[in-house]
Design a protein around this ligand. Structure first.
Ligand code: GDP
Length: 368
């Protein structure tokens, strides 16, 4: 059923996923039933389905990951645990650029090209703006139409609920399941507005930045940091009258790239032009990614980077969890407010206030 729904919606990865269960709508009996039902509906059935590449099982498990219901989320963790040993074998590619740069058009063409080369492609997304904008930033247009119905592709929109940390964690967990289901290329789409790039950088092997000609960094809302993170920059829409402009823009970026610190993999980021619509240079992009992977695997950076990412994520999740505990705790909140007043009245220093809060925090934590 969810497959049908997914199909009809023709999801775009950056659109808000509105299919997440709200806690109030969930009947706890359903979960029990869910566990005891025939194989295809059980956790074991879902795990087996994922391992066999069944996308209904995959969609179902991702819905559980995205669910706000703790029971569902816990069941999802069991599935992830089982799938973990089968994960890690894909090539993880991040794609970013401001809205309108052509990301979804690009993913449609590039993803289709990759499936034609025999790859199984999953498209996921991190869109921290979706919660605020409810996806309006991206409009209601139907995107990635062809890829959405391609049997070798799987498209999943950005989880909409939660903080950036929460959203990116859910995307990472979905990625594990996609890998276990046999998708060997994962494309993660993100909006080029800042924060989400850092989150996505922590879960991918290669970062592609799509730009358009004729707009300066300022206009494109691109922070220098995002350019620094890119393993390749392609100026999209290099077709028709725009081709020359795109080439000039690529030259400018090439020069600017010399000013950036050296790439940690010993790689020289590639800057070139492409057209998502005509398909121009999409093969060059794929070749560039493969060249990078060869280099990074040979010099050990590829594995080192993945290990570093995992370690970094433990840190990030821990900070997120501790933060959530802190700010969701009434006692800590009221103590914070009281101490803040004392700091504002210069009766306490900020550090003293923080130390008192830390002691209370530890005391409360030890009671869990
Ligand atoms: P996104 O917001 O970054 O996902 O951008 P879209 O893929 O929705 O594209 C925004 C607009 O740019 C759409 O009208 C596309 O048709 C157009 N577009 C995307 N790629 C190209 C391209 O390579 N050439 C041209 N001429 N237009 C493009």
């Amino acid at each position: 059923m969810s497959k049908e729904k997914d199909k009809n919606k023709k999801e775009s990865a950056l659109k808000v996923n509105d299919g997440i269960d709200e806690p109030s709508q969930i009947n706890p009996d359903v979960v029990k039933k869910f566990l005891s039902q025939k194989k295809t509906f059980s956790i074991e059935g879902i795990i087996e389905g994922i391992k066999n590449g069944d996308r209904v099982a995959l969609s179902r498990a991702i819905t559980m990951i995205e669910s706000l219901n703790p029971t569902h989320y816990e069941l999802a963790q069991k599935i992830i645990q089982e799938c973990l040993p089968l994960s890690g074998n894909s090539l993880r590619i991040g794609i970013t650029g401001i809205p309108g740069a052509g990301k979804s058009t690009f993913i449609e063409s590039f993803g289709t090209m990759l499936t034609n080369l025999g790859h199984n492609v999953a498209v996921l997304a991190i869109d921290p703006t979706s919660q605020i904008s409810k996806g309006s930033i991206l409009g209601d247009k139907v995107r990635m139409e062809k890829l959405a119905t391609n049997p070798k592709a799987f498209i999943r929109p950005s989880p909409s609920a939660g903080t950036l940390g929460g959203v990116s964690r859910k995307t990472k967990e979905s990625m594990i399941l996609c890998e276990a289901a046999g998708f060997d290329i994962i494309l993660i789409e993100t909006v080029g507005v800042g924060q989400s790039e850092v989150a996505v950088k922590n879960m991918i092997d290669f970062f592609l930045l799509l730009l358009v000609a004729g707009a300066g960094d300022e206009l494109q809302g691109m922070k220098r940091g995002i350019i620094e993170m890119a393993d390749a920059i392609f100026i999209n829409k290099a077709d028709g009258d725009n081709l020359n402009k795109a080439k000039i823009s690529a030259q400018e970026y090439k020069l600017a790239m010399h000013l950036l610190p050296p790439h940690p993999a010993g790689w020289v980021p590639v800057v070139d032009v492409c057209s998502a619509i005509t398909g121009y240079n999409l093969d060059i992009i794929w070749q560039t990614i493969q060249n990078y992977v060869n280099l990074a695997k040979n010099n050990g950076f590829f594995d080192r980077n993945r290990q570093h990412q995992e370690a970094q994520r433990i840190y990030d999740y821990l900070v997120e969890e501790l933060n959530l505990f802190f700010w969701n705790n009434d006692k800590l909140q009221s103590e914070y407010e009281a101490l803040k007043q004392q700091v504002l009245q210069q009766k306490l220093t900020a550090y003293q206030a923080a130390t008192i809060l830390k002691s209370l925090f530890i005391k409360l934590l030890s009671k869990i």
